[in-house]
Design a protein around this ligand. Structure first.
Ligand SMILES: [Zn+2]
Length: 295
C-alpha cells in the first residue's frame, strides 16, 4: 500500500459520501435524512444522493426543504434513468442516447417541481456501463460519471496507469471517477497519496444498525489529512474545470419524455426494489427469510 508523505497530507483532499437509490422522503428504508443531517453536522461530512430519475414526481416537500436549507451537506446527482438491470451496459447508441436524454429531462422536471438543482453527473446502476454509454452521456451534456469499476461492459480492463489518476478520460474524454465501499477504506490512504478524491459509496441499508459505522469511517478519513467534503459537481470542477455543456443542453433542448414500451416492467421492478429497501432490509427477520428465498 502507498503511504501518504508529508506534502500529500497537507494538500487538500476532496471527499464525498454517495448513497444510491433512496427517494427524497423523510425516511427511506433505514435512512432517516434528519438523523443523517445531524450526523453530518457533528462529524463534518457531505452526502450526495444518487437519485433515480424515474422517481422525479415522488419527492416529499418536507425532505426537499431539508435539502434546500442545507446545500453544504446534501446534493443530488443522476442514478441511471429507470434503474432497470444493466440499463447503461447496453451498446446500442440510440437506446442509450434516449435513456441519457430522458434521465436529464426527468431531473429537469424534478428541479421545476421542487426547486432543487442537481449535479449533471451519472452514477451507473449496478456499476454496469458500456463505452457507448459514456459517449451518449458526453453527447447529452453530462460532465462526469462515477462508478465502482473503470471497466466497461464492452471493453477490457484499463492499464494500471489509469487507476493512478483522479479520473480516467479514456472514454470519449468524459471523466470517469472510481468510488469505493467502506470495506475497501484502506485504499482511501492511497487515494490521498495520489491526489485522488475520496469517493465512498453506500446504500440506505448501511444505516440499519445506526449511523456509527459511517461516522466512525468518516472520523477515520478526517484523521488522515486535510479532507474537504463536498459535492460531486465540485469534485469534477476541481479536477476538470467548469463546463457549460449541461447548461447548453438544458437551454437548447426541449425533449418530450420518451415513451418506453416496457413501462409496466420498469414500475414492477421499482416497486419490488422499494419493498426490499423499506420493509425487508430494515427487519433482520425478513432479511433472513429474503436471503433464504433467494438461494
Ligand atoms: Zn442503484
Amino acid at each position: 500500500m502507498i503511504k501518504p508523505d508529508k506534502n500529500n497530507i497537507s494538500r487538500e483532499t476532496l471527499a464525498c459520501l454517495i448513497i444510491d437509490d433512496p427517494l427524497l422522503k423523510p425516511r427511506y428504508g433505514c435512512l432517516d435524512y434528519k438523523k443523517l443531517l445531524e450526523a453530518m453536522k457533528e462529524h463534518n461530512f457531505f452526502t450526495e444522493i444518487a437519485f433515480i430519475p424515474w422517481n422525479y414526481k415522488r419527492s416529499s416537500p418536507e425532505t426537499v426543504r431539508l435539502f434546500a436549507e442545507n446545500p453544504e451537506y446534501f446534493g443530488i446527482c443522476v442514478h441511471g434513468c429507470n434503474h432497470t438491470y444493466n440499463e447503461f451496459g447496453d451498446s446500442n447508441y440510440e437506446v442509450l442516447s434516449a435513456l441519457s436524454a430522458t434521465a436529464l429531462w426527468r431531473m429537469e422536471q424534478h428541479k421545476k417541481l421542487t426547486g432543487l438543482s442537481y449535479d449533471p453527473v451519472m452514477v451507473f446502476p449496478q456499476g454496469l456501463f458500456s463505452s457507448v454509454a459514456m459517449k451518449t452521456l458526453n453527447d447529452q451534456g453530462f460532465i462526469a460519471a462515477f462508478n465502482s469499476t473503470l471497466r466497461a461492459t464492452d471493453g477490457d480492463d484499463l492499464p494500471a496507469s489509469e487507476y493512478q489518476l483522479p479520473a480516467t478520460s479514456i472514454y470519449n474524454d468524459l471523466p470517469l471517477f472510481l468510488r469505493r465501499y467502506p470495506k475497501d477504506k484502506h485504499l482511501f490512504v492511497e487515494d490521498i497519496a495520489l491526489g485522488r478524491p475520496i469517493l465512498m459509496v453506500e446504500h440506505p441499508k448501511v444505516f440499519c444498525n445506526g449511523y456509527k459505522f459511517i461516522t466512525d469511517t468518516v472520523n477515520w478519513i478526517n484523521s488522515l489529512g486535510n479532507i474537504k467534503w463536498t459535492s460531486l459537481l465540485s469534485i469534477t470542477e476541481y479536477y476538470f474545470g467548469h463546463k457549460d455543456c449541461a447548461d447548453d443542453f438544458r437551454q437548447s433542448s426541449n425533449p418530450s419524455s420518451p415513451q418506453f414500451s416496457n413501462r409496466t416492467k420498469i414500475a414492477l421492478r421499482r416497486f419490488l426494489s422499494e419493498l426490499r429497501d423499506n420493509y425487508i432490509e430494515p427487519s433482520s427477520f425478513l432479511t433472513k427469510v429474503y436471503k433464504m428465498l433467494r438461494i
